[in-house]
Design a protein around this ligand. Structure first.
Ligand code: TYD
Length: 217
């Protein structure tokens, strides 16, 4: 039976998600004296880290089909939920997830065009229906220049205009997908503008998480 709390972080790459994950972990451990468990997707289990290596392998760039990609993310998630998230929640622990199933809906569904109905079914199955108590979505208006600044090893090489354009279109679809998902479940989501100052964002996230912990205890 579920007793703990599950909080996920979502958003496009390179929007400062990892910084905010670290800041929340710091807040919970140092200020609240709690012992949260941090997991990241893909990965965080022995099998999941191997799947992550496949997804980030430069030799496979452009060779993994959208469906295969979705299955790999889902396989990593299935292992993570069974091995870590579900048992930790049952034990009453607080779990922080750097990405969870909304990433598959946004990237593989809205971004790559895989049927959302299918994705929703697989998501529900691999997560054992474990929905986050809170999902923090970092959004960006200016995602084009952001991605130009810091190329991503999961993304195509930006040496060619057509590829770059395709990549920007993809990011736009993913970003819109995340917003659509959040609009459908406003009670679950805290949507924040990633361009706000780091300190401000960290404060807002900590306040919302503190409130959630209070409500559930
Ligand atoms: P992540 O490690 O969070 O990268 P970053 O810190 O740069 O945001 O995510 C790795 C990549 O995997 C990222 O491009 C998003 C992608 N991804 C999906 O496409 N689908 C998924 O289900 C997940 C979990 C991640």
């Amino acid at each position: 039976m579920r007793k703990g709390l599950l909080i996920s972080f979502e958003g496009l790459d390179k929007v400062g998600k990892s910084t905010q994950v670290d800041r929340l972990m710091e807040h919970l451990t140092e200020h609240r004296k709690l012992n949260p468990i941090l997991v990241r997707e893909p990965g965080s289990t022995e099998v999941g880290e191997k799947i992550r290596d496949i997804l980030a392998d430069p030799a496979l760039k452009g060779k993994i089909s959208p469906l295969c990609e979705f299955m790999l993310y889902s396989a990593s998630r299935a292992q993570l939920v069974t091995e870590v998230i579900s048992p930790k929640l049952s034990a009453g622990e607080l779990v922080i997830a750097d990405r969870y199933y909304d990433s598959s809906s946004a990237y593989q569904g809205f971004g790559r065009g895989i049927s959302l109905e299918f994705i929703n079914k697989v998501n529900a199955t691999v997560t054992l229906d474990l929905v986050p108590d809170l999902s923090i979505l970092l959004t960006v208006e200016n995602f084009v220049s952001e991605s130009r600044k810091k190329p991503d090893r999961f993304a195509p090489n930006l040496f060619d205009d057509r590829l770059e354009q395709e990549f920007m279109d993809f990011r736009k679809k993913v970003q819109q997908g995340f917003l659509e998902i959040a609009q459908k479940e406003p009670a679950r989501f805290l949507v924040l503008d990633a361009n706000e100052k780091r300190e401000q964002l960290a404060k807002k996230i900590a306040a919302r998480v503190d409130k959630l912990i209070k409500e559930k205890s």
